[in-house]
Design a protein around this ligand. Structure first.
Ligand SMILES: Nc1ncnc2c1ncn2[C@@H]1O[C@H](COP(=O)(O)OP(=O)(O)OP(=O)(O)O)[C@@H](O)[C@H]1O
Length: 250
């Protein structure tokens, strides 16, 4: 590769983990995590419960400090981004809006606190198909509607990068299909999508690229065809890579 081509390919790497290690006391949650995420693709961050997915994403989003290493978005640490919500939108597992608030008010509150024009609230409600339910209280929302609201909040800044931690957990097949199609469209616009999951079948149907983490270490990183080559399925590839037993994924 020429130097110009190398510089060009680097310019298109939007998320970069470089040797990220995170310890909680003596517990090593992630060790030397290194991988890149490309725009225009849906990248799946795959691993069983406790593998280190959330820890990695928390470090990336500046919610936790790495013990060593760096995680960059658009070449910068999250806290150094000038307009974080305009660069990256995130939906983290467990982040829930106040249940007595109306969906639209939840979004207005986030928009206001981030100096995002109110007109954007209608746009993101439309984008996730919640316009008709905007005035209902969040306590009346189904799980799928709450996930859509969380995605709407992540979209407020019209970010080039979207990060979702276990977005399909507990969703019914319609909800899963909606998220899958939505992420596909988002990536097709040339944006960067990173989603974590412990659900291999779901990931095999959603991701273009896959990064596999087990016991805090990256064990595979490549396109879905590369990872699954020579195996009957992504699940078979995972077990071959890690020697993990199937029940870990229950
Ligand atoms: N605050 C913390 N204090 C101590 N240990 C932690 C803390 N957060 C995470 N861990 C440990 O670090 C490891 C990685 O956890 P992490 O939540 O990142 O995994 P995960 O892949 O996201 O799994 P899950 O889907 O279950 O959240 C686990 O062993 C977990 O118990």
């Amino acid at each position: 590769m020429t130097r110009a081509a190398a510089a060009m390919s680097h310019a298109f790497v939007v998320i970069e983990f470089k040797g990220v290690t995170k310890r909680y006391g003596r517990k090593v949650a992630v060790a030397e995590v290194t991988f890149s995420v490309r725009p225009g693709k849906v990248t799946g961050f795959l691993g069983p419960n406790g593998a280190g997915k959330s820890t990695s994403l928390r470090v990336l989003l500046g919610l936790d400090h790495a013990t060593s290493g760096t995680a960059l978005i658009d070449g910068k640490r999250y806290r150094d981004l000038r307009y974080p919500l305009r660069t990256v939108g995130a939906l983290l597992d467990g982040a829930q809006p106040a249940p007595d608030r109306r969906g639209v008010d939840h979004l207005i509150w986030i928009a206001r606190s981030n100096r995002i024009p109110r007109s954007r609230v209608g746009e993101v409600l439309d984008a996730v198909g919640l316009t008709d339910a905007a005035k209902q209280r969040v306590s009346k929302y189904s799980l799928g509607m709450r996930q859509r609201l969380g995605i709407a909040a992540a979209l407020l800044g019209d970010p080039a990068v979207l990060i979702l931690d276990e977005p399909v957990n507990g969703l019914d097949p319609d909800g899963i299909r909606w998220i899958r199609n939505f992420l596909r469209d988002y990536a097709t616009q040339g944006r960067t999508v990173l989603l974590s999951s412990h659900l291999m079948t779901e990931m095999a149907g959603t991701a273009d690229d896959v990064v596999v983490i087990a016991n805090g270490r990256i064990v595979a990183d490549g396109s879905l065809p590369e990872i699954t080559r020579g195996h009957a399925s992504l699940e078979a590839a995972f077990f071959a890579l890690t020697g993990e037993q199937k029940q870990v994924w229950a």
